[in-house]
Design a protein around this ligand. Structure first.
Ligand code: SAH
Length: 371
């Protein structure tokens, strides 16, 4: 009883922890120490926070908890990518990936560094036609503590806590479908007393949930923006990215045109390439026309094929021809190198083992249990 009602420090921003400490009758300045232990050193037991008095440690233990995802499984790819299966406090599982170099096309402050690809939801509600996570459906949102917690756990496990790294919100889930928790997680991760990850090193990837995108445009802490475009006509996008039926391509691109960008920043447009579906020269020319007037660049994602996904990956010549049409017309373009395919850690392949091993009907039952 008592355990479940103790407030979870992992979900708190520094100022919230200060208030909570005060309310519990302790001094607010200890919040910075606790933050440093948790986020900078990866220590999540109050009893091990050795610069706090023993009495305070006992008091904190009685009053608070720090939920931290457990590592269930860790897979290393031959290319150095590491995929983590993490178990949350309620037993649900998510995947996070660590990629040993920056993802091509990402507007990061320092290329060539480690990139953490983290999840924002258990599953995803967007149901993009080519994505395995979408296939699995949505179970629940992650909390801010669970989103930030992935970085804490990965950084500690890989001994890179002090290093500079990039974060991409490109794991399971749609970050703008879980707006408040995602933005709060970025504030926790950005705190100078914690991991101090600057928003310039974070990229938020979205299908374009329009009201949330408009809200993002007003945020003081602005991550880099990547838009999962994937199509050049309304009909085609309706079929591939179902949310387009609600917030169409034209509206989305208008919102991108209005999106406030700092001087050097550009929006990345992700474009998954599906053989004979959206990979023709006509698609490439339409894409150029659509992006005119937007400070953007294109990142081509040749499909990562998977069983149950009814599309094929175009061959390299096709991808290169598409890229050339873009670059010949002045559009900056890159092709995403697929990482971790041998361990199913590549884009669109994140799906937790429980869902992977069950038939679709059974999967639904699992989702219902969570409601
Ligand atoms: N929900 C967010 C972030 C998740 S995925 C979004 O959609 O942007 C990150 C990128 O991987 C998205 O552009 C997504 O469309 C892409 N993706 C999904 N499945 C893929 C697949 N099978 N092959 C290649 N890219 C894929």
């Amino acid at each position: 009883m008592h355990t479940t009602t103790r407030p979870n420090v992992a979900d708190m921003e520094l100022h919230e922890l200060e208030q909570a400490l005060e309310a519990a009758g302790t001094q607010r300045f200890h919040a910075r120490q606790i933050f440093r232990w948790m986020h900078k050193r990866g220590v999540t037991e109050f009893s091990r926070m050795s610069d706090l008095s023993l009495e305070l440690r006992a008091q904190l233990d009685a009053a608070f908890r720090i939920d931290t995802p457990d590592i269930v499984r860790l897979d290393r790819s031959i290319d150095g990518t590491t995929k983590f299966l993490l178990r949350l406090a309620d037993g649900r599982q998510i995947e996070s990936v660590c990629i040993p170099e920056a993802i091509a096309g990402q507007d990061s402050a320092d290329e060539g560094r480690l990139t953490f690809c983290i999840s924002t939801q258990v599953g995803c509600a967007m149901r993009c036609a080519f994505c395995l996570t979408g296939n699995m459906g949505i179970d629940r949102n992650l909390t801010a503590g669970e989103i930030a917690g992935q970085v804490r756990v990965l950084a500690r496990e890989l001994h890179v806590i002090g290093a500079r790294f990039n974060i991409v919100l490109m794991g399971m889930g749609e970050p703008l479908h879980n707006y408040d928790a995602t933005m709060k997680a970025l504030r926790i991760l950005g705190d100078e007393h914690g991991l101090a990850v600057s928003p310039r090193r974070v990229t938020l990837s979205t299908v374009g949930v329009l009201p949330a995108l408009e809200r993002l445009a007003t945020e003081p802490l602005m991550p880099n923006l990547a838009i999962s475009l994937h199509a050049t006509t309304e009909d085609q996008r309706d079929a591939l990215v179902p949310i387009n039926r609600k917030y169409g391509l034209k509206e989305l691109l208008d919102a991108c045109r209005r999106f406030p960008l700092t001087r050097r920043a550009r929006i990345t447009f992700e474009y998954v390439m599906l053989k004979d579906v959206n990979d023709t020269p006509a698609d490439a020319r339409r894409l150029v026309a659509l992006l005119s007037g937007i400070k953007g660049k294109v990142n081509l994602l040749p499909l990562n094929e998977a069983p149950g996904i009814p599309f094929k990956r175009p061959d390299d010549a096709r991808v290169n021809a598409f890229a050339k049409i873009l670059s010949d017309r002045g559009v900056t373009v890159s092709v995403r190198k697929s990482r971790g395919r041998d361990i199913r850690a590549a884009c669109g392949q994140l799906i937790t083992e429980t869902a992977r091993s069950r038939a679709p009907g059974q999967r639904l039952a699992v989702l219902m249990e969570g409601l």
